[in-house]
Design a protein around this ligand. Structure first.
Ligand SMILES: O=C(CO)COP(=O)(O)O
Length: 251
């Protein structure tokens, strides 16, 4: 089963709108020759309109870093899927570890966000990952299973075909410590098996699973060579045009 790779840059809470436009321009140029893979960048909400204009004639997809589940309403501080669609956003990150650990987002809340994204035609990127403590306690796979199952609760097979999952071990995010390709492959294969138990095996083979956590030009090729790693969710290295350009062009 051929899965189309996806390289996604998560800009987190970095860059003013002017800076975001400048970086988006260089990435659009760098990605102009890629045909066999998807590339996405997710700027801060405030930069979406300006970055959307830059990407209008580019194959680079526009992503957002979070999403609410209702079209509109009394949800102070939230941004609705319809508001994101208005600016050409097509993918949205949900359940990022920073949302879970800094802002206390629960599995239930993340599931609501994911379902809201699907309902309004956005592709959700569901992030899952264990902490260092979980790994040392030997409960990595239980944590991943729990996060995948609750994140996907109520999602029908027809919608599941659009969902992307990102495995981001918390201990590897922003630390410079990448999971070894063996650790990442083991987690990805396990996540695919969990999806296979929830849905048909064929569907599990179609689902793209990205790796995130200190992805860099130096390690992207070996990670991408693993059979169940279908792409990367990149933080720090996505903020530098040369390094993200190299990551997009992984071999
Ligand atoms: O959280 C991440 C992407 O969502 C990973 O961040 P880093 O690439 O900076 O480790």
């Amino acid at each position: 089963m051929e899965r189309r790779p996806l390289i996604a840059g998560n800009w987190k809470m970095h860059l003013t709108s002017d800076q975001a436009v400048a970086l988006a321009r260089t990435i659009a140029d760098a990605a102009s020759d890629v045909a066999d893979r998807d590339v996405m960048i997710a700027p801060a909400f405030t930069s979406l309109p300006a970055v959307a204009e830059v990407l209008a004639d580019s194959p680079v997809l526009l992503g957002a870093q979070n999403v609410a589940w209702e079209e509109q309403g009394a949800f102070t501080g939230e941004v609705s899927p319809v508001m994101l669609r208005e600016f050409g956003v097509s993918l949205v990150i949900v359940g990022h570890s920073e949302r879970r650990h800094i802002f206390g987002e629960t599995d239930d809340l993340i599931n609501r966000r994911l379902c809201g994204a699907l309902r309004f035609g956005l592709v959700p990127i569901l992030c899952v990952g264990e902490t260092l403590e979980d790994r040392e306690d030997g409960i990595t796979m239980q944590i991943l299973e729990q996060q995948v199952r609750s994140g996907l609760a109520g999602v029908e097979a027809g919608d599941m075909a659009r969902v992307v999952i990102a495995y981001e071990p918390v201990w590897a995010i922003g630390t410079g410590k990448t999971a070894s390709k063996e650790q990442a492959q083991e987690a990805h294969r396990f996540i695919r098996s969990v999806v296979g138990n929830l849905y048909e095996k064929k569907l599990a083979q179609q689902v793209r699973i990205l790796y995130g956590g200190s992805v860099k030009p130096e390690n992207v090729d070996s990670l991408m060579a693993e059979p169940d790693i279908d792409g990367a969710l990149v933080g720090g290295a996505a903020l530098k045009s040369e390094s993200f350009a190299r990551i997009i062009h992984f071999i």
